[in-house]
Design a protein around this ligand. Structure first.
Ligand SMILES: O=C[C@H](O)[C@H](O)COP(=O)(O)O
Ligand SMILES: C=C(OP(=O)(O)O)C(=O)O
Length: 357
């Protein structure tokens, strides 16, 4: 049911709000699609392993890999079925986390992801989006894969965060107090991207702010407005994704970021996003960047410099490249940024595993 509003001439509020569409509470959705004790155990174990890598207690490399965005849950699960055996095969050297991104921050306007508009047709069936997203997350966990999500809407994590082992705050929201507060209450390790302009300090500030306690506006499990009190999240790190001036995945940028984190009293943990401005959004270049980063990772370990570079992020799907929305869609191809295809992704994972060993 949609409630139309802003209709009386006397009203000074909601003059530009055209409707409110109710959705189920987080508790109702979690009851309908329960995590279950077995899955909760897997999520907890995966979060601890990722945190241990970030803390330097486990010298594997975190690899967050998967589509830029999920638009077709069938293709995403198909992808997960291919990734799961590789995650097992490389488990001695890589901690593979599947990118299962449902919320897309746009530079201006565009499709905002499966939760916002699962039909990709402007029908904005958010209730269906939430249900589809949660259901897919449970299916991916059942394949033995940890899940990584970007958190964008401040209240959507209530519906899905119990399934998520690693989270990200994107380049467009890394400086936002609302997102930093949100992270301070999240139960998993979270990476803050540098800004789109290449500013790394905003990500370092994000890590610092999220480690602190906060009190802010939110919703409780029953969807009621509430004041949220958080304990702070000390398992956060920076993600270097390049920026307007160019890439920032080189050894010097990683070392400088680590030094700045240490100066700020934070753990010097850095992940490199091989996509976005580090590859000029070119999926073929992304594979080359990943191989360069793998070599730097191996050299860093050989020189005994400690595991500053803790992980990489890759945008990868079944079919290489990207397609526009509108016409008939190619199965397994991104509808947002260009992704590496499956074959290229598998060989990059192999290169990363060899480097990490
Ligand atoms: O990762 C995805 C995109 O880079 C991000 O959502 C911005 O996309 P846009 O510039 O196409 O809006
Ligand atoms: C939106 C993303 O990246 P960024 O915030 O770095 O642009 C993403 O990783 O999907």
């Amino acid at each position: 049911m949609t409630i139309t509003t802003g209709s009386t001439t006397q009203s000074t509020s909601d003059r530009r709000v055209t409707a409110f569409s109710p959705i189920p509470s987080p508790e109702a959705l979690r009851t309908e699609l329960p995590l279950t004790a077995r899955r909760a155990e897997m999520v907890q174990r995966d979060r601890e392993e990722i945190a241990a890598i970030l803390a330097g207690q486990d010298d594997r490399m975190i690899v967050v890999v998967g589509p830029c965005s999920v638009h077709d849950p069938v293709a995403a699960l198909d992808y997960a079925r291919r990734l799961a055996p590789l995650a097992k095969e490389y488990a001695d050297s890589l901690k593979i986390v599947m990118r299962v991104y449902f919320e897309k921050p746009r530079t201006t306007v565009g499709w905002k992801g499966l939760i916002n508009d699962p039909g990709m047709d402007g029908s904005f069936d958010v209730e269906r989006g939430l249900r589809t997203a949660r259901s897919l997350l449970l299916d991916v966990i059942d394949l033995g894969l940890p899940v990584g999500c970007e958190f964008l809407e401040p209240t959507s994590p209530q519906y899905i965060a119990d399934t998520v082992s690693w989270g990200a705050i994107g380049a467009r929201t890394t400086e936002s107090q609302v997102h930093r507060q949100l992270v301070s209450g999240l139960s998993m390790p979270v990476g803050f991207k540098n800004g789109t302009d290449g500013n790394i300090q905003v990500a370092i500030d994000g890590v610092k702010a999220a480690a602190s306690e906060h009190v802010f506006f939110g919703v409780d499990d029953f969807g009621r407005g509430a004041v949220v009190h958080t304990a702070g999240n000390d398992e956060c790190h920076v993600i270097l994704r390049g920026g307007t001036p160019g890439p920032n995945y080189d050894a010097q940028s990683v070392a400088d970021t680590a030094a700045k984190l240490e100066k700020a009293g934070l753990s010097p943990k850095v992940m490199v996003d091989c996509s976005h401005a580090n590859s000029g959004k070119d999926h073929e270049r992304q594979a080359e960047v990943a191989v360069e980063v793998a070599e730097a990772f191996a050299a860093n370990r050989r020189e005994g410099n400690g595991p500053v570079l803790s992980g990489v992020m890759l945008e990868s799907f079944l079919v290489a490249g990207a397609q526009s929305l509108g016409g008939e869609l190619v199965y397994g191809q991104s509808v947002t940024d260009k992704c590496m295809g499956w074959e290229a992704s598998a060989s990059v994972l192999d290169a990363l595993a060899r480097a990490a060993r």
